[in-house]
Design a protein around this ligand. Structure first.
Ligand code: 6PG
Length: 235
């Protein structure tokens, strides 16, 4: 189990998520953002908080947990989500630097290039990694039972087959890369995620490659869960 697991069941988890991201962004840290649909509101709220703070945060680096192998302007792009919901609202001269995964290059080339980029920046220990959770327990683009879960030496892997929609190849940070963070924040909402939440974080949780989140729990230092009532309903 991680050093600490802090479970928060909240009326507005997106609001709490924006508040948690704000500090490390203002502090010039290295953060990992995630995709999917859940974080959109958190990113929009974070954009408003950053506008209000009016600080130069161009030393802050935003990395990505994973990407779909599509061009950055495709509606499935995780970078596209962050660009629309967060970066577009900020002054480009003082906004954080976003290091996008070049999904359009295909899973393996994009993974190699992202790994190089991370390594050239000192393969940072992240200040904060934000993740969502799939109803099947996947995190980033690490899906149940796939060999990417066993990757122990690389920071980034190409994933030819997604285990869940959208069924496009993916690029994902690996478990060791994600675990190398001072804190990991999960933003999870909705009843469809309740079994996965209980399986990975509940009192009877076990480490199980069929539930990728549980493998990260075993390696992480500090995990904060931001859940709504539905996602927490089976804890
Ligand atoms: C992705 C993700 C993925 C996501 C979960 C939850 O690219 O799909 O990064 O790991 O966080 O699938 O997605 P939702 O928020 O859409 O439920």
């Amino acid at each position: 189990m991680p050093a600490t697991l802090d479970v928060n069941v909240l009326e507005d988890p997106a609001h709490a998520c924006a508040a948690m991201l704000l500090g490390p962004i203002l502090g010039g840290g290295n953060l990992v953002l995630t995709g999917g649909s859940t974080p959109r509101r958190a990113y929009e709220e974070l954009a408003r908080a950053l506008q209000a703070a009016d600080h130069d945060v161009s030393e802050t680096a935003l990395w990505f947990s994973d990407e779909r192998c599509v061009p950055p302007d495709d509606e499935l792009s995780n970078f596209g989500l962050v660009r629309h919901a967060l970066l577009a609202a900020l002054d480009p001269d003082t906004a954080p630097q976003a290091h996008r995964i070049e999904g359009e290059l295909g899973p393996h080339e994009a993974a190699e290039r992202y790994e190089l980029r991370l390594s050239q920046s000192g393969a940072p220990e992240f200040d904060l990694v934000l993740l969502g959770l799939g109803p099947d327990g996947h995190i980033a683009s690490l899906f149940p039972g796939q060999e990417s879960l066993a990757e122990d030496s690389r920071l980034v892997v190409g994933v030819e087959q997604a285990g869940l929609e959208p069924f496009v190849p993916r690029v994902s940070l690996t478990l060791p890369a994600l675990a190398n963070s001072r804190q990991i924040v999960f933003l999870v909402t909705g009843e469809a995620k309740a079994d996965a939440v209980a399986g990975a974080f509940g009192p009877d949780a076990e480490t199980d490659p069929q539930l990728p989140a549980s493998l990260l729990v075993a390696r992480a230092r500090e995990i904060t869960l931001l859940l709504d009532d539905e996602a927490a309903s089976k804890l």
